[in-house]
Design a binder for this molecule. Structure first.
Ligand code: GLP
Length: 257
């Protein structure tokens, strides 16, 4: 595990964009796993700028998003389809046919989930998976529970997530109660994983995930088993994990602030 502790959100976004850009240069037809939420917004803005300047090229890149709210049409302002169009896809030279986001209103949910996993597999899996993290340690919408679910599946949102995501809707009641999310198999099969977190609100989730026991009750804790995990966090999000001596000894830690 490599942990980069940077000063703030801006530096996190810069570092993350740099890592993604390097992978894109290394492999023109990169299979890139993408995340939504406030955390990667700055990273996407940086990537859009790099693309505008001709420094990176999305023309052969294929993307797979982690998740979507169940019941939201693609055009809905809070759908992850809309988020991705707004923050990345409309700003770079990616081919729309190369972008994949789970359908929010699928005709057949089971088949849609199955097809999503098969499509990822048919391309040889994800090369680089970008991840944010929920306050409760969720990744994608893999919420805390009894088991890690391997496949793309329908997931019920926990109260903690409904509360956290209510800020983006008019009221908590409007937050969809379910989602479609990539499961742990596609995430863990990614050749490289880039986990981002910013702010003190994520400090506990980061510490529990990277330093605590590996348990489905803290979904991101499974990432400890990945052998190419890069973590980019800001000073505030790093507060608690920096105190975990054993984890810090195991990881390669780079501080730049
Ligand atoms: C959402 C998404 C996750 C995201 C997380 C954190 O529920 N499903 O993929 O990582 O919440 O969001 P934020 O970056 O806005 O804190």
């Amino acid at each position: 595990m490599e942990i980069y502790v940077v000063k703030d959100y801006k530096e996190m976004s810069k570092k993350a964009a740099k890592i993604i850009a390097e992978e894109m240069k290394r492999k023109k037809d990169l299979v890139l796993g993408l995340a939504t939420g406030s955390t990667p917004e700055g990273t996407y803005a940086k990537l859009a700028k790099m693309c505008e300047k001709g420094k990176i090229d999305f023309s052969n890149v294929v993307t797979f998003n982690l998740d979507e709210y169940l019941g939201l049409e693609d055009e809905h302002e809070q759908s992850y389809h809309h988020f991705m169009d707004k923050h990345l896809f409309s700003k770079v030279n990616i081919k729309p046919k190369n972008t994949n986001v789970p359908a929010g209103c699928p005709k057949n949910i089971e088949k849609t989930c199955e097809k999503y996993d098969k499509k990822i597999e048919s391309l040889g899996g994800i090369d680089l998976q970008l991840l944010g993290i929920g306050n409760n340690g969720h990744i994608g919408f893999n919420e805390p529970g009894d088991v890690f679910i391997p496949e793309t599946h329908v997931a019920k949102l926990t109260e903690a997530t409904l509360d956290a995501n209510a800020r983006l809707f008019k009221s908590k009641d409007e937050v969809p109660k379910e989602s479609i999310t990539m499961g742990m198999k596609s995430i863990m099969n990614a050749k490289k994983i880039l986990l981002l977190a910013s702010g003190s609100g994520k400090a506990n989730a980061i510490c529990m995930s990277l330093s605590g026991p590996i348990t489905p009750w803290v979904p991101a804790s499974i990432l400890q088993l990945h052998n190419d995990l890069i973590v980019v966090i800001d000073e505030e999000a790093a507060q608690q994990i920096l105190e975990q001596k054993k984890t810090m000894q195991r990881a390669r830690v780079y501080k730049s602030y």
